[in-house]
Design a protein around this ligand. Structure first.
Ligand SMILES: [Zn+2]
Ligand SMILES: [Zn+2]
Ligand SMILES: [Zn+2]
Length: 382
Protein backbone atom coordinates (compact mmCIF):
# COMPACT_ATOMS: atom_id res chain seq x y z
CA UNK A 1 0.00 0.00 0.00
CA UNK A 2 1.36 3.40 -0.98
CA UNK A 3 -0.74 5.49 1.36
CA UNK A 4 1.41 8.01 3.24
CA UNK A 5 -0.44 10.15 5.81
CA UNK A 6 2.70 12.23 6.25
CA UNK A 7 1.86 13.88 2.93
CA UNK A 8 -1.79 14.68 3.67
CA UNK A 9 -2.85 18.34 3.94
CA UNK A 10 -3.11 19.46 7.59
CA UNK A 11 -6.86 19.31 7.98
CA UNK A 12 -7.08 15.94 6.24
CA UNK A 13 -4.25 14.62 8.41
CA UNK A 14 -5.95 15.60 11.65
CA UNK A 15 -9.26 14.17 10.45
CA UNK A 16 -7.49 10.97 9.39
CA UNK A 17 -6.03 10.68 12.90
CA UNK A 18 -9.51 10.97 14.38
CA UNK A 19 -10.51 8.02 12.22
CA UNK A 20 -7.48 6.03 13.40
CA UNK A 21 -8.54 6.63 16.99
CA UNK A 22 -12.12 5.67 16.14
CA UNK A 23 -10.96 2.36 14.63
CA UNK A 24 -8.76 1.61 17.64
CA UNK A 25 -11.75 2.15 19.92
CA UNK A 26 -14.10 0.10 17.75
CA UNK A 27 -11.67 -2.80 17.93
CA UNK A 28 -11.95 -2.58 21.70
CA UNK A 29 -15.72 -2.80 21.63
CA UNK A 30 -16.64 0.87 21.78
CA UNK A 31 -19.42 2.36 19.68
CA UNK A 32 -17.95 5.56 18.23
CA UNK A 33 -19.73 8.79 17.32
CA UNK A 34 -18.58 11.82 15.35
CA UNK A 35 -20.00 15.32 15.64
CA UNK A 36 -22.34 16.66 12.98
CA UNK A 37 -20.67 20.02 13.51
CA UNK A 38 -17.09 20.01 14.75
CA UNK A 39 -16.82 22.21 17.86
CA UNK A 40 -14.45 20.78 20.47
CA UNK A 41 -15.36 17.17 21.15
CA UNK A 42 -13.96 15.08 18.29
CA UNK A 43 -15.38 11.70 19.25
CA UNK A 44 -17.74 10.14 21.76
CA UNK A 45 -17.27 6.47 22.63
CA UNK A 46 -19.97 4.36 24.29
CA UNK A 47 -19.74 0.87 25.76
CA UNK A 48 -22.29 -0.79 28.05
CA UNK A 49 -23.95 2.54 28.71
CA UNK A 50 -20.67 4.21 29.70
CA UNK A 51 -19.78 7.40 27.87
CA UNK A 52 -16.35 8.82 27.06
CA UNK A 53 -15.72 12.13 25.30
CA UNK A 54 -12.50 12.56 23.37
CA UNK A 55 -10.42 15.37 21.94
CA UNK A 56 -7.81 14.14 19.48
CA UNK A 57 -4.63 16.19 19.08
CA UNK A 58 -2.39 15.01 16.31
CA UNK A 59 1.05 15.88 15.04
CA UNK A 60 3.64 14.82 12.53
CA UNK A 61 7.33 15.20 13.28
CA UNK A 62 8.30 18.85 13.46
CA UNK A 63 12.00 18.42 14.02
CA UNK A 64 14.69 15.76 14.26
CA UNK A 65 17.76 18.02 14.30
CA UNK A 66 18.69 17.60 17.95
CA UNK A 67 18.96 13.83 18.06
CA UNK A 68 15.35 13.31 19.07
CA UNK A 69 12.01 13.50 17.32
CA UNK A 70 9.96 16.54 18.23
CA UNK A 71 6.19 16.86 17.84
CA UNK A 72 3.86 19.78 18.49
CA UNK A 73 0.33 20.31 19.74
CA UNK A 74 -1.76 22.99 21.39
CA UNK A 75 -4.08 22.55 24.35
CA UNK A 76 -6.45 25.33 25.43
CA UNK A 77 -8.17 26.48 28.64
CA UNK A 78 -11.59 25.50 27.36
CA UNK A 79 -10.32 21.89 26.95
CA UNK A 80 -10.16 21.56 30.75
CA UNK A 81 -13.58 20.08 31.31
CA UNK A 82 -14.24 18.77 34.80
CA UNK A 83 -16.07 15.64 33.74
CA UNK A 84 -14.01 12.56 34.65
CA UNK A 85 -15.18 10.87 31.44
CA UNK A 86 -13.29 13.36 29.31
CA UNK A 87 -10.11 12.24 27.51
CA UNK A 88 -7.36 13.64 25.32
CA UNK A 89 -5.67 11.40 22.81
CA UNK A 90 -2.37 12.59 21.42
CA UNK A 91 -1.53 10.99 18.09
CA UNK A 92 1.99 11.22 16.70
CA UNK A 93 3.01 9.93 13.29
CA UNK A 94 6.70 9.09 13.04
CA UNK A 95 8.96 8.97 9.96
CA UNK A 96 8.13 5.31 9.39
CA UNK A 97 4.41 6.18 9.23
CA UNK A 98 3.80 4.49 12.56
CA UNK A 99 1.17 5.98 14.84
CA UNK A 100 1.90 6.52 18.52
CA UNK A 101 -1.07 7.06 20.84
CA UNK A 102 -1.08 8.68 24.27
CA UNK A 103 -4.25 8.35 26.31
CA UNK A 104 -4.78 11.03 28.94
CA UNK A 105 -7.68 12.04 31.09
CA UNK A 106 -7.95 15.63 32.33
CA UNK A 107 -6.08 14.79 35.55
CA UNK A 108 -3.23 13.14 33.59
CA UNK A 109 -2.85 16.28 31.51
CA UNK A 110 -2.73 18.42 34.67
CA UNK A 111 -0.14 16.01 36.11
CA UNK A 112 2.05 16.56 33.04
CA UNK A 113 1.74 20.34 33.15
CA UNK A 114 1.93 20.75 36.93
CA UNK A 115 2.17 17.97 39.52
CA UNK A 116 4.86 15.93 37.74
CA UNK A 117 6.87 18.88 36.51
CA UNK A 118 10.51 18.71 37.67
CA UNK A 119 11.41 21.80 39.74
CA UNK A 120 13.05 24.65 37.86
CA UNK A 121 14.25 27.93 39.39
CA UNK A 122 13.67 29.90 36.22
CA UNK A 123 9.97 29.13 36.25
CA UNK A 124 7.80 31.97 37.55
CA UNK A 125 4.89 29.70 38.50
CA UNK A 126 4.91 26.08 39.67
CA UNK A 127 2.38 25.16 36.97
CA UNK A 128 2.73 25.72 33.23
CA UNK A 129 -1.03 26.32 33.18
CA UNK A 130 -0.57 29.49 35.24
CA UNK A 131 1.25 31.21 32.39
CA UNK A 132 -0.24 33.79 30.05
CA UNK A 133 0.54 31.57 27.04
CA UNK A 134 -1.89 29.03 28.39
CA UNK A 135 -4.61 31.63 28.84
CA UNK A 136 -3.94 33.03 25.37
CA UNK A 137 -4.49 29.59 23.91
CA UNK A 138 -1.01 29.62 22.39
CA UNK A 139 0.58 27.15 24.80
CA UNK A 140 2.39 24.90 22.34
CA UNK A 141 3.56 21.58 23.79
CA UNK A 142 6.56 19.85 22.29
CA UNK A 143 6.63 16.16 23.11
CA UNK A 144 10.03 14.63 22.41
CA UNK A 145 10.90 11.06 21.54
CA UNK A 146 14.41 10.03 22.47
CA UNK A 147 15.47 6.67 21.10
CA UNK A 148 17.94 4.96 23.40
CA UNK A 149 19.85 1.77 22.80
CA UNK A 150 19.98 -0.57 25.78
CA UNK A 151 21.26 -4.16 25.46
CA UNK A 152 21.14 -3.79 21.68
CA UNK A 153 17.47 -2.93 21.93
CA UNK A 154 15.86 0.33 20.89
CA UNK A 155 13.92 1.92 23.75
CA UNK A 156 11.59 4.88 23.32
CA UNK A 157 11.75 7.59 25.93
CA UNK A 158 8.87 10.06 25.47
CA UNK A 159 8.94 13.37 27.35
CA UNK A 160 7.19 16.72 27.45
CA UNK A 161 9.15 19.51 29.15
CA UNK A 162 11.07 16.92 31.12
CA UNK A 163 8.01 14.94 32.21
CA UNK A 164 8.09 11.27 31.20
CA UNK A 165 4.95 10.27 29.35
CA UNK A 166 5.69 6.63 28.45
CA UNK A 167 3.13 5.48 31.01
CA UNK A 168 0.30 7.01 28.97
CA UNK A 169 1.29 5.32 25.72
CA UNK A 170 -1.32 2.95 24.28
CA UNK A 171 -3.24 2.95 27.58
CA UNK A 172 -6.53 2.20 25.88
CA UNK A 173 -7.65 0.15 28.88
CA UNK A 174 -7.98 3.47 30.70
CA UNK A 175 -11.26 3.88 28.87
CA UNK A 176 -12.65 0.80 30.58
CA UNK A 177 -11.50 1.54 34.10
CA UNK A 178 -13.94 2.74 36.71
CA UNK A 179 -13.41 6.35 37.71
CA UNK A 180 -13.82 6.88 41.42
CA UNK A 181 -13.62 10.62 41.45
CA UNK A 182 -16.67 12.80 41.06
CA UNK A 183 -14.98 15.66 39.25
CA UNK A 184 -11.58 17.01 38.27
CA UNK A 185 -12.60 20.60 39.01
CA UNK A 186 -10.33 21.09 42.04
CA UNK A 187 -7.24 19.94 40.09
CA UNK A 188 -8.13 22.35 37.30
CA UNK A 189 -8.27 25.27 39.76
CA UNK A 190 -5.09 24.25 41.59
CA UNK A 191 -3.18 24.09 38.33
CA UNK A 192 -4.51 27.25 36.69
CA UNK A 193 -5.27 29.86 39.38
CA UNK A 194 -2.44 32.21 40.32
CA UNK A 195 -4.31 33.61 43.30
CA UNK A 196 -4.73 31.02 46.03
CA UNK A 197 -8.20 32.22 46.98
CA UNK A 198 -9.60 31.19 43.59
CA UNK A 199 -8.31 27.63 43.92
CA UNK A 200 -11.37 26.78 45.96
CA UNK A 201 -15.00 26.40 45.04
CA UNK A 202 -16.63 26.85 48.45
CA UNK A 203 -19.42 29.15 49.61
CA UNK A 204 -17.08 32.04 50.40
CA UNK A 205 -15.62 31.99 46.89
CA UNK A 206 -19.06 31.86 45.29
CA UNK A 207 -20.22 34.77 47.46
CA UNK A 208 -17.35 36.93 46.25
CA UNK A 209 -18.17 35.89 42.68
CA UNK A 210 -21.76 37.00 43.27
CA UNK A 211 -20.73 40.32 44.79
CA UNK A 212 -18.34 41.16 41.95
CA UNK A 213 -20.93 40.34 39.35
CA UNK A 214 -23.66 42.32 41.10
CA UNK A 215 -21.35 45.32 41.15
CA UNK A 216 -20.56 44.90 37.45
CA UNK A 217 -24.22 44.56 36.50
CA UNK A 218 -25.04 47.70 38.41
CA UNK A 219 -22.48 49.59 36.32
CA UNK A 220 -23.89 48.02 33.16
CA UNK A 221 -27.40 49.11 34.01
CA UNK A 222 -26.26 52.72 33.96
CA UNK A 223 -25.97 52.20 30.19
CA UNK A 224 -29.32 50.58 29.33
CA UNK A 225 -28.80 50.62 25.54
CA UNK A 226 -25.31 49.07 25.82
CA UNK A 227 -26.67 46.50 28.26
CA UNK A 228 -29.33 45.46 25.73
CA UNK A 229 -26.73 45.18 22.95
CA UNK A 230 -24.43 43.15 25.21
CA UNK A 231 -27.23 40.74 26.09
CA UNK A 232 -27.81 40.11 22.38
CA UNK A 233 -24.09 39.54 21.81
CA UNK A 234 -23.97 37.07 24.67
CA UNK A 235 -26.69 35.00 23.05
CA UNK A 236 -24.62 34.57 19.91
CA UNK A 237 -22.21 31.71 20.26
CA UNK A 238 -18.82 33.33 20.02
CA UNK A 239 -16.63 30.89 18.16
CA UNK A 240 -13.57 32.79 17.13
CA UNK A 241 -11.13 30.19 15.94
CA UNK A 242 -13.55 27.46 15.01
CA UNK A 243 -16.05 27.27 12.26
CA UNK A 244 -14.91 24.19 10.41
CA UNK A 245 -18.05 22.32 9.67
CA UNK A 246 -18.00 18.66 8.82
CA UNK A 247 -21.14 18.34 6.82
CA UNK A 248 -22.04 14.69 6.99
CA UNK A 249 -24.60 13.86 4.42
CA UNK A 250 -26.65 11.35 6.26
CA UNK A 251 -29.88 10.06 4.94
CA UNK A 252 -32.44 11.53 7.22
CA UNK A 253 -36.09 11.76 6.54
CA UNK A 254 -37.40 15.29 6.77
CA UNK A 255 -39.25 14.33 9.94
CA UNK A 256 -36.07 13.02 11.62
CA UNK A 257 -34.05 16.03 10.52
CA UNK A 258 -36.68 18.30 12.06
CA UNK A 259 -36.67 16.35 15.32
CA UNK A 260 -32.89 16.32 15.60
CA UNK A 261 -32.25 19.93 14.68
CA UNK A 262 -35.05 21.05 17.01
CA UNK A 263 -32.86 19.80 19.91
CA UNK A 264 -30.06 22.19 18.97
CA UNK A 265 -32.15 25.13 20.17
CA UNK A 266 -31.61 23.68 23.67
CA UNK A 267 -27.84 23.60 22.96
CA UNK A 268 -27.63 19.89 22.34
CA UNK A 269 -24.84 18.96 19.93
CA UNK A 270 -25.54 16.16 17.49
CA UNK A 271 -23.25 13.14 17.16
CA UNK A 272 -23.64 10.45 14.52
CA UNK A 273 -22.68 6.82 15.09
CA UNK A 274 -20.01 5.48 12.74
CA UNK A 275 -21.65 2.09 12.38
CA UNK A 276 -25.35 2.12 13.05
CA UNK A 277 -27.88 4.49 11.55
CA UNK A 278 -30.90 3.91 13.76
CA UNK A 279 -30.14 6.68 16.24
CA UNK A 280 -28.14 9.83 16.91
CA UNK A 281 -26.48 10.84 20.16
CA UNK A 282 -26.94 14.27 21.71
CA UNK A 283 -24.36 15.85 23.96
CA UNK A 284 -24.01 19.01 26.02
CA UNK A 285 -21.90 20.31 28.89
CA UNK A 286 -23.98 21.50 31.85
CA UNK A 287 -23.53 22.93 35.33
CA UNK A 288 -23.51 20.05 37.84
CA UNK A 289 -25.83 22.01 40.14
CA UNK A 290 -28.43 24.04 38.22
CA UNK A 291 -27.94 21.84 35.11
CA UNK A 292 -28.06 24.79 32.75
CA UNK A 293 -25.90 24.81 29.61
CA UNK A 294 -22.19 25.39 30.34
CA UNK A 295 -21.14 27.44 27.35
CA UNK A 296 -17.33 27.45 27.03
CA UNK A 297 -17.44 30.46 24.73
CA UNK A 298 -18.68 32.60 27.62
CA UNK A 299 -15.82 34.31 29.42
CA UNK A 300 -14.97 35.72 32.84
CA UNK A 301 -12.20 37.95 34.21
CA UNK A 302 -9.24 35.76 35.22
CA UNK A 303 -8.41 38.12 38.09
CA UNK A 304 -11.76 38.82 39.78
CA UNK A 305 -14.03 36.26 38.04
CA UNK A 306 -16.54 38.88 36.93
CA UNK A 307 -18.45 37.86 33.81
CA UNK A 308 -17.31 39.29 30.52
CA UNK A 309 -20.48 41.00 29.34
CA UNK A 310 -19.07 41.66 25.89
CA UNK A 311 -18.73 45.37 26.54
CA UNK A 312 -15.66 47.55 26.13
CA UNK A 313 -14.67 50.43 28.33
CA UNK A 314 -13.17 53.89 27.76
CA UNK A 315 -9.61 53.77 29.03
CA UNK A 316 -9.85 57.28 30.47
CA UNK A 317 -10.27 56.70 34.22
CA UNK A 318 -12.43 59.81 34.71
CA UNK A 319 -14.77 58.68 31.96
CA UNK A 320 -15.16 54.88 31.94
CA UNK A 321 -18.00 54.97 29.43
CA UNK A 322 -19.18 51.57 28.19
CA UNK A 323 -19.48 50.44 24.58
CA UNK A 324 -20.79 47.22 23.04
CA UNK A 325 -18.02 44.80 22.10
CA UNK A 326 -18.68 45.20 18.38
CA UNK A 327 -17.89 48.93 18.41
CA UNK A 328 -15.83 49.91 15.33
CA UNK A 329 -12.16 48.93 15.87
CA UNK A 330 -10.75 52.46 15.60
CA UNK A 331 -13.59 54.34 17.22
CA UNK A 332 -12.66 56.59 20.12
CA UNK A 333 -14.74 57.54 23.09
CA UNK A 334 -16.61 60.87 23.01
CA UNK A 335 -14.02 62.08 25.53
CA UNK A 336 -11.21 61.13 23.13
CA UNK A 337 -10.07 58.12 25.17
CA UNK A 338 -9.27 54.66 23.79
CA UNK A 339 -11.98 52.03 23.99
CA UNK A 340 -10.36 48.93 25.48
CA UNK A 341 -11.12 45.40 26.61
CA UNK A 342 -11.28 45.95 30.34
CA UNK A 343 -12.91 44.24 33.29
CA UNK A 344 -15.67 46.57 34.49
CA UNK A 345 -15.24 45.34 38.05
CA UNK A 346 -11.50 45.16 38.78
CA UNK A 347 -10.24 47.28 35.89
CA UNK A 348 -7.76 44.74 34.48
CA UNK A 349 -7.01 45.62 30.85
CA UNK A 350 -6.35 43.05 28.15
CA UNK A 351 -3.43 44.21 26.08
CA UNK A 352 0.04 43.20 24.96
CA UNK A 353 0.62 39.68 26.32
CA UNK A 354 -1.85 39.89 29.19
CA UNK A 355 -5.00 37.83 28.83
CA UNK A 356 -7.83 39.00 31.09
CA UNK A 357 -10.85 37.10 29.81
CA UNK A 358 -10.83 33.30 29.93
CA UNK A 359 -13.55 30.65 29.50
CA UNK A 360 -15.90 30.59 32.50
CA UNK A 361 -14.92 28.56 35.57
CA UNK A 362 -18.10 29.58 37.41
CA UNK A 363 -21.55 28.63 36.14
CA UNK A 364 -22.87 31.75 34.38
CA UNK A 365 -26.23 31.36 36.10
CA UNK A 366 -25.64 30.03 39.62
CA UNK A 367 -21.89 30.45 40.27
CA UNK A 368 -21.30 26.75 40.88
CA UNK A 369 -17.74 25.74 39.93
CA UNK A 370 -18.29 22.36 38.35
CA UNK A 371 -19.38 21.26 34.92
CA UNK A 372 -20.31 17.82 33.65
CA UNK A 373 -21.60 16.23 30.48
CA UNK A 374 -25.07 15.10 29.61
CA UNK A 375 -26.02 12.64 26.87
CA UNK A 376 -29.24 11.52 25.26
CA UNK A 377 -30.12 9.22 22.39
CA UNK A 378 -32.71 9.90 19.74
CA UNK A 379 -34.00 6.97 17.74
CA UNK A 380 -34.76 7.56 14.10
CA UNK A 381 -38.04 6.50 12.57
CA UNK A 382 -37.31 4.74 9.35
ZN1 LIG B 1 -25.32 26.50 37.59
ZN1 LIG C 1 -14.32 58.29 27.55
ZN1 LIG D 1 -11.78 41.63 36.92
Amino acid sequence: MNMDPRKFPNKEFSFFCEFQVAFELQERGWQVYQPLIDRYIDLIAVKNGNYRTIQVKSSRIENTDNGYESYGLTMKPKDLFHDVRHFFIWVFLDTNSIFHYFILNVKDFIDIRYYKLPPNNRRKYPSLLMRDEWRWGTDRLHPHRFIKIEDNKKIDDWRVEGVKINEYKDKWEKFDSVINEESYNKYCFEATEICEFWRKADKEVINIWKKNNEKAEKILKNYPDIYEKAKKLLKEVAEEDEGIIDAHLIRLTQEDANRIFEETTENWEVFLPLQSTDHVLLFKPICSKCEKYWNTSLKECFYCKTKYFRVRVCENKNCGKLYAENVKPRQRCDCGGNIVKKCINCGAIEKDRKRVFVPITFCWYCGNRQNKFEFKKIYLKR
